[in-house]
Design a protein around this ligand. Sequence first.
Ligand SMILES: Cc1cc2nc3c(=O)[nH]c(=O)nc-3n(C[C@H](O)[C@H](O)[C@H](O)COP(=O)(O)OP(=O)(O)OC[C@H]3O[C@@H](n4cnc5c(N)ncnc54)[C@H](O)[C@@H]3O)c2cc1C
Length: 459
Amino acid sequence: MSYNLVTDDVLQQLQAIVGTDGVSTAVSELNLHAADMSSHPPHLGEVVVWPTTAAQVAGVLRLANEQRIPVTPWGVGSSLEGNPIPLYGGIVLSTGRMQAIVAVHVDDFQVTVQPGIGYKDLNKKLAVYGLFFPPDPGANATIGGMLANNAAGIRTVKYGASKDNVLRMEVALADGRLIHVGSRSIKQSSGYDLLHLFVGSEGTLGVITQATLKLTPIPALMSAVAASFADVETAVAAVVAIKGTGLDLAALDFIDASTAAMLAQENGVDLPAQPTLLMEFHATHAETIQLGLDMVREICDEMGATRVYATADPTERQRIWHARHQTYETKLRLNPGISWMPMDVAVPISAYPALVAYAEQEMQAQDVSGFLIGHAGDGNMHFTLAYQDEDAHRRVKAVNAAVICKAVDLGGTATGEHGVGIGKAPLMPYEHGAALDVMRQIKQTLDPNGILNPGKIFA
Ligand SMILES: Cc1cc2nc3c(=O)[nH]c(=O)nc-3n(C[C@H](O)[C@H](O)[C@H](O)COP(=O)(O)OP(=O)(O)OC[C@H]3O[C@@H](n4cnc5c(N)ncnc54)[C@H](O)[C@@H]3O)c2cc1C
């Protein structure tokens, strides 16, 4: 694909669509929208636009399509695979001024929002209704960015990923058409499932301009459990055993010994420096919580846990999960000068121990270090690998590629939640084979000029 540059004439037309204060070519703004939270190199767009309505988004796309100018949608840039980096320049379309809650459908447990609202801000506003949107990727990601990446989080094991918590969306297509996909009905069986075609498409097929989300009542009771183990193998084997009981866990995360030590030191969380499983239970009755706790304690003891710590105290529980959510930022802060590559692969739960063992073996072979955290209950593993120079970067990338192929061989996937972006694109043929050609055909149908987030998903 070849693209045209953003000319003065195009800038004027953009201003006519979104208003003069909704367009900027200031270097400071271009820099702020050039990189996400990954280690992929930044790339500058030529202009940033901030539409406020779906009609304005559609107008920007129509113009860009006519002029053959790339458009990269932008939430808050918290991606970890280069997903919102404007690789081919052009227009960065920020949803930062589309943060309205359009309607709260309290009796249906639903909310309709514009795409730029952060999920944490949304949940704060929904608390008065006793409802929340469960997917929780950690950073205050936007709803548009979460749906576009099909983000998940620590509670996906109970409540599902973003794709499981959306019912209907309005999407602006590359040619400027606005369409609605899905419906507000919980059951939907009408035609092709376009809703879930756009979920996870990383802004390459259309721009989400509105979404109706499924909400869940805030649980009356919550408790947290931290089970420590002497080694990684035992802890990971315990994950499979705990899942095997059918216990209704709201979270089942793994952190390695170095991370447990860091959370204890930096956040005052009461954890020994050992591989640890962090769990959470939600219920309406105290007895249900207690039954879950008793059962999990019994299994962890049987599996050789060195310590099982349970708390129903809300402050302590929040401290544990807050610390867990801050792991990546804390590692960055404590290790200046070191770059990190977060891996994100997922496998069927029974293959989790084999995947972790393989990743450790590859790291050893390539002389690479890092830390392991993961949404173990979903079979989702995040080894985060450290590097300081080009040679180490090359070895880290080799480990990442080998582990991705292993995950696929084990019946899993190259990415459980971060999406393909730039980093995973070269491995898509290995995972998808001929199905990747079908994806290309869909892209060609919806975006024949290739203006939407070029350079992502397809290498
Ligand atoms: C410390 C840390 C922890 C994280 N933990 C998790 C985790 O546990 N689980 C997880 O899933 N992710 C995690 N992430 C990754 C990231 O937060 C998620 O991928 C998130 O969904 C990105 O949202 P965003 O608003 O930042 O979107 P951006 O990064 O701005 O964009 C994401 C993608 O969506 C596209 N896009 C944005 N808005 C729209 C729209 N309205 N329509 C169409 N396309 C759009 C962009 O072009 C891009 O391809 C973490 C990130 C950090 C920094």
